[in-house]
Design a protein around this ligand. Sequence first.
Ligand code: ATP
Ligand code: MG
Length: 230
Amino acid sequence: MLAVNAIDVSYGESPILTGLSLAVGEGQVVCVMGRNGVGKTTLLRTIMGLLAPRRGTIVFDGHEIDRLTPYERARRGIGYVPQGREIFPSLSVRENLVLGARRKRPPPESLDYVLSLFPALSQMLGKRGGDLSGGQQQQLAIARALISDPKLLLLDEPTEGIQPSIVEEIAAVLERIKGERTRSILLVEQYLEFARAICDRFYVMEKGSVALEGDRGAFRVDEVSQFLSV
Ligand SMILES: Nc1ncnc2c1ncn2[C@@H]1O[C@H](COP(=O)(O)OP(=O)(O)OP(=O)(O)O)[C@@H](O)[C@H]1O
Ligand SMILES: [Mg+2]
């Protein structure tokens, strides 16, 4: 469903990703880990079309998407939850959700669907996004990405700086999405137990490319954490 084929990505003259390849299968949850600054966010931004690779290609749903704008990629079915959430603080929760929809007025069932995943948000529809806690904002950002019914959801460190009770709620939602088998998830995650619990496949990045990869059964927290320690 997604294949990233040997991409090189730089910021100016600094190479960040070099020959990086990765694949996400239909309905799979794939986790990407790696030390701070290794290029995980750069990878997701490249898949979303916010950065252009110098070499390599990205295939989504059987088509090369390299020339498509971020907007077109979203329309094809890629949803993105950026690191740091990037919700609109002065807009209401409802307005933030509507902004995620591909149509001006999301069909009621899509709003019902995301509110069923995050029931707490239904009590806050009129609140300003900026008045939510960090964990609630993260839930809002995930809901906003899901409202357009993406086939592939890109999640950048959804547990970063979030209180444990909400981390559990987010884990439960991701498990539920996985159980529905209609979406794939590419999850950047530093919290290894969280990643191990949910992933079908994992990648560890080092020096701009993949240093370790494997299926769920091959995930050893001690081995992965060696790549993450400084
Ligand atoms: N806009 C930018 N211009 C120049 N360099 C950048 C820019 N954004 C990121 N970088 C650099 O690119 C490298 C990769 O950054 P990136 O944000 O992709 O890493 P990351 O793996 O997501 O890190 P973290 O775990 O801290 O989120 C870092 O060295 C960073 O300093
Ligand atoms: Mg990052």
